[in-house]
Design a protein around this ligand. Structure first.
Ligand code: AMP
Length: 120
């Protein structure tokens, strides 16, 4: 699937849609999810244009990949869940119900999380 420049995260990166910037560096931007599913629910997105984790893994440079995952860990620490624990979710494709076609990681925590998967 080609990258769609009109997706909501592309607009956030261009500053066309506002977000609360919790963390930003050369490789990644983090902001709260607009529909939080846990007391801490932060999205971390790479600055590059990647549709999915497969696209990111195949096309991003080693520096981008390292920078992104370091940012995820840094955001979890900033969000105060490093010690208490958290769950990372990266949805990919239709069966996962990925809504936004710009690769991203959800950081979820802030309370005891439920089982890995809710019933469909
Ligand atoms: P996914 O289903 O993995 O693609 O997740 C996309 C997430 O983006 C959902 O949890 C949405 O609530 C979230 N989302 C959509 N629009 C915005 C926005 N403008 N600001 C913050 N989060 C958003």
């Amino acid at each position: 699937m080609p990258y769609d420049d009109t997706n909501v995260f592309a607009k956030i990166l261009r500053g066309e849609i506002p977000c609360t910037r919790l963390y930003e560096d050369e490789y990644a931007l983090a902001f709260p999810d607009i529909r939080p599913q846990a007391p801490v629910h932060v999205l971390v997105i790479p600055k590059g244009k990647y549709v999915s984790i497969a696209d990111f893994g195949a096309k991003a440079s080693p520096e981008e990949i390292t920078g992104f995952w370091r940012a995820v860990a840094a955001v979890a620490k900033l969000a105060g869940v490093e010690e208490s624990g958290y769950r990372l979710i990266c949805n990919a494709g239709p069966d996962s119900r990925q809504e936004v076609p710009h690769f991203h990681a959800h950081i979820l925590g802030g309370h005891k999380l439920g089982t890995l998967l809710a019933p469909v």
